[in-house]
Design a protein around this ligand. Structure first.
Ligand code: HEC
Length: 212
């Protein structure tokens, strides 16, 4: 419940603050992975605290079997999960992942409508909305299945996040600069990210157990 309170308040302030955190969280993730310069760690401090609080709130909502697995993840994995969260400033108190994904699909389709009508503003807004999609209630992990809560499986999440959110932000920047051909060329890479993540973390949607 803590997450909801932290995240529902002052959403615009939070939003700019969290967007600013994005790079520092990623930098911090890299430092933990012992790759990059340590100077970023200082700048990352306040942001990391806030993100840790968000993660703590999510942990408190989890049933013990999930919580135990999440707590057992490596620091590297936890840092990369926080880096993903840091790219988002909208947290839902009730939307499930399936509902959020349906919104993501609408934004994806809205990007196409913007491109096809040669409307950079429409395109850029939809792409930014997609990149900053809501985080479902309890975070992403409760929807991925217990079998996927391991360092190995979750290590591929960051790549999917980069191909979807990263390319959506690039697409928005291309639209802003009026380069609609470039924006159009990024639709494929985004779709590839969606499909790849579904291939790993989702089974066939809506299968009925009343069929033999
Ligand atoms: C982080 C991995 C990941 C990425 C990236 C991702 N999805 Fe999903 N998606 C899922 C999971 C997991 C589900 C199943 C959620 C559930 O049923 O609880 C899902 C479900 C969906 C559904 C609902 C289908 C159903 O189960 O009824 C749609 C629509 C969807 N995704 C669209 C998209 C689109 C469009 C993109 C890219 C712009 C995308 N997704 C990117 C993981 C992902």
């Amino acid at each position: 419940m803590k997450v909801e309170r932290i995240c529902a308040d002052e959403s615009s302030i939070r939003s700019s603050k969290l967007m600013g955190l994005r790079c520092s969280a990623i930098a911090a993730a890299m430092i933990v992975g012992s790759v990059f310069i340590a100077s970023g760690a200082v700048a990352a401090e306040p942001g990391m605290d806030e993100l840790k609080q968000v993660m703590q709130g999510q942990l408190e909502m989890m049933k013990p079997e999930l919580r135990t697995k999440v707590e057992g993840l490596s620091t590297d994995t936890k840092m990369s999960l926080m880096a993903i969260l840091a790219m988002h400033s909208r947290y839902s108190e009730r939307a499930t992942m399936r509902q959020v994904m349906t919104e993501v699909l609408s934004d994806f389709q809205s990007i196409l409508a913007g491109i096809m009508t040669d409307n950079p503003e429409h395109t850029a807004d939809a792409a930014r909305r997609l990149a900053n999609h809501r985080i479902p209630v309890g975070g992403l992990l409760p929807y991925l299945g217990l079998e996927n809560i391991s360092d190995e499986r979750l290590s591929i999440l960051t790549g999917f996040n980069d191909s979807v959110e990263g390319n959506a932000l690039k697409l928005a920047a291309a639209a802003d600069s009026g380069d609609m051909a470039m924006a159009a060329s990024l639709v494929g890479p985004i779709a590839t990210g969606c499909v790849a993540c579904h291939g790993v973390f989702r089974s066939q949607p809506g299968v009925s157990d009343l069929l033999r």
